[in-house]
Design a protein around this ligand. Structure first.
Ligand SMILES: [Zn+2]
Length: 328
């Protein structure tokens, strides 16, 4: 994999490439952040080191790169847990493997894809090896956050924390990749602020864009004097109860937008930027104090549903309370 496949991490990549070229990369590093992105970077690092070229990048055509492309390079090993966690037993297997010299070239690279799943005992069992592994070894650990590892393990790793892109960067990326979905991309990038993978997944989902509009219409009806809207809304949410958390996310995004508009922060502060007209109308009918209470009601409903309360009953009662709050 080429470094170019890893987005938004130019500073880290230049620093790592510089270290590879100067032979100062050390023998153990930690990549911290969104796991899939960290894994991409770990692969790019491994491939740059194992490539037979001399410029710290994956050339794609040397015998080593051909093997890497085919996923059959014996000196790049991805270590994954066999069960929910990774224990001492697996570290023993790993330690035995480490002392087998590389098959090609000079290095052997281990990527711990889920280092956060190492048990405390397993981490302790790794300490010695992390302190002084054979010179040809590079261990790359991946965790969402550094607190996932013991301080004694951390102190033996060179740490790189992957940066989250801004929503504007995510929007640019999505707009280039899906030019036909620009309007939706604007929503996804802001709705999943700082989470490019979530934003892209949402963009690929069918129907979410209209779903959000429907929820806005229901909320609009609630703020008018139509009490029957409570039951229509409750039925709608109940029919789609498997997606309640997602619906709730959309509802919160709509309410948040109303708060922004009521605070006169302007349309630029709005997540549902394609619905500004409708949102402005809605926000005029509810004060921010009331929106706060409505958000609390919905959050409480979510907690109760997680505790196995009856869905239909909880949602109906919540919407009745919401209606009372708004028309108080
Ligand atoms: Zn190569």
């Amino acid at each position: 994999m080429k470094f170019e496949a890893v987005k938004w991490q130019d500073d880290i990549i230049s620093s790592i490439r510089y270290s590879i070229l100067n032979n100062s990369l050390g023998h153990a590093m930690l990549l911290c952040g969104q796991k899939d992105e960290c894994f991409k970077l770990a692969n790019a690092v491994a491939d740059a080191i194992l490539c037979e070229g001399k410029d710290a990048s994956f050339c794609g055509s040397c015998p080593s790169c051909v093997k890497l492309n085919a996923g059959s390079h014996p000196d790049k090993i991805v270590v994954t847990p066999k069960k929910a966690s990774m224990g001492v037993e697996e570290i023993r297997d790993f330690s035995a493997n480490v002392y087998i010299k590389p098959y090609f070239g000079g290095r052997k690279i281990y990527i711990f894809k889920d280092a956060d799943k190492l048990t405390v005992a397993a981490q302790n069992a790794l300490l010695k090896l992390l302190e002084a592994p054979p010179s040809y070894v590079l261990i790359i650990m991946i965790t969402p956050k550094e607190e996932d590892l013991l301080p004694t393990v951390l102190s033996r790793l060179i740490k790189y924390t992957l940066k989250l892109p801004s929503w504007q960067q995510v929007l640019q990326y999505l707009s280039e990749k899906y030019p036909e979905k620009k309007e939706m991309a604007a929503f996804c990038a802001r709705f999943c602020d700082g989470n490019p993978i979530g934003a892209e997944q949402l963009l690929k989902e069918n129907g979410f864009f209209d779903k959000r509009k429907r929820l806005l219409i229901f909320l609009g009806k609630l703020t008018k004097n139509e009490k029957s809207a409570v039951f229509d809304f409750a039925n709608y949410l109940t029919d789609d109860k498997d997606n309640f958390e997602e619906n709730l996310g959309f509802i919160f995004a709509i309410l948040r937008d109303c708060v922004m508009l009521n605070a006169n922060l302007g349309e630029k502060a709005v997540i549902n930027s394609d619905l500004c007209k409708e949102l402005t109308a809605l926000s005029k009918r509810v004060t921010n104090t009331k929106i706060d209470r409505v958000i609390k009601e919905f959050s409480m409903a979510n907690e109760n549903i997680k505790k196995n309360a009856s869905f239909a009953l909880t949602v109906t009662n919540t919407l009745l309370s919401v209606w009372e709050e708004i028309h108080d």
